[in-house]
Design a protein. Structure first.
Lengths: 184, 184
């Protein structure tokens, strides 16, 4: 991995699990859950959603988000993904929902964010980007259960104006509602 | 990585960053921040700390915690690490602190946890495990700033009995206080 040589699967000394170990430099490659970070961009009484142009769940609506990269915070990742997918600049406000998505080997987090101006456009991974009021949300055409859960809680909490941080668990999707292991 | 063949660093099509790409099976190896999950085990008015038997920060006190593995939730990871490092069984109560530790390429989370019985012992990565009341905490000998921050907030919040979830940023350690990039 580090040196480019071949790896084999073995249990390193003092460990309990099989890992990919480089036979040249002895580097141990650990596989761990990845963090998906996203934003819930709010403009006045509307929220910004993206229609996915890529699999999984192509054609379904999602909040902008994606895999957190090295060298950035979770909030920075959410803002970067919003710029990439919706060409929109947001100010991150607070951590809102946090999901264990065990079946997809991910932890997903969503931040409440302010969209200062209604300026946005489809990025390369989006077919369409638009603002929705609560009554317009395409509940049947949302890409992932994490998106639905985050939006439902947002509209509930908006009534009181109190937005806690929720720690939640996402069960595997049922068979009639397939999702990909690569992103949830 | 998947097939065991050699990789080279290149920018995959449609991507913006260099990744390790297998020359045999075309598998792209993404490197992303890892999640460290830990517990703050509470027994009556005391908390359980572990003295590290391994680097980094060998000989310093920490909360039990470690890298989240595939196939488990963050809370399960925290309970597993507490069992491994302190031979203690805890009931996880709530997510308490969450840190961006960018310089260490990690996100660290800590859960409040109940230690039902004062039963514990050093695991293989601990020299010593013991309960501390607030006045006994070895503030100068804590392993990481995330540990200190979590403990300080706990003892403050205990006064009111209100424990929110905190989302925090951990700056790089100053030069006179070296920390390893491998765990913070």
């Amino acid at each position: 991995m580090k040196c480019g040589s071949s790896v084999v699967q073995q249990i390193p000394e003092g460990d309990t699990r099989r890992r990919a170990v480089c036979q040249q430099c002895a580097y141990i490659h650990y596989e761990n859950p990845r963090i998906v970070s996203g934003a819930l961009p709010v403009y006045q009484d509307q929220v910004l959603l993206c229609k996915r142009a890529i699999e999984p769940r192509k054609g379904y609506w999602t909040l902008p988000g994606g895999f957190m990269e090295l060298g950035e915070t979770m909030a920075e990742a959410a803002a970067r993904e919003t710029l990439e997918e919706a060409c929109a600049q947001v100010h991150i406000q607070q951590l809102y929902t946090l999901f264990d998505v065990v079946h997809a080997e991910q932890v997903s987090v969503f931040f409440l964010a302010d969209l200062k101006e209604p300026v946005f456009a489809p990025g390369i991974e989006s077919e369409e980007v638009r603002l929705f009021s609560e009554s317009q949300i395409p509940w049947e055409d949302l890409a992932f259960s994490t998106i639905e859960e985050t939006l439902r809680r947002y509209f509930q909490d908006r009534v009181s104006g109190h937005f806690p941080t929720y720690q939640l668990f996402t069960p595997p999707p049922i068979a009639t509602h397939p999702a990909s292991p690569s992103e949830q």
